[in-house]
Design a protein around this ligand. Sequence first.
Ligand code: ZN
Length: 82
Amino acid sequence: MPNLSLQLSLRREDKKTSIGNWIQCQEVLDTGAICGKWRRAPLFVVQSSDWDCSCSVLWDPIRADCAVPQFLHHSVIIKSTI
Ligand SMILES: [Zn+2]
């Protein structure tokens, strides 16, 4: 069934384009330091001064917690987007 594989690849493309931003967590931790982890977010979600990891629960519940390490190091992100 060739149509099935086509549908699957299209669905994979949709997911790739719907998540396109990187936003840095601004949550102040118990230690007094800012969390500062970078999280993937859909393009319509923009950086704000009170954005924190838990905000990504809608599209990335696995990483929607300051205790979860970020997906990529910041320097790697800059290299891959510029
Ligand atoms: Zn955080």
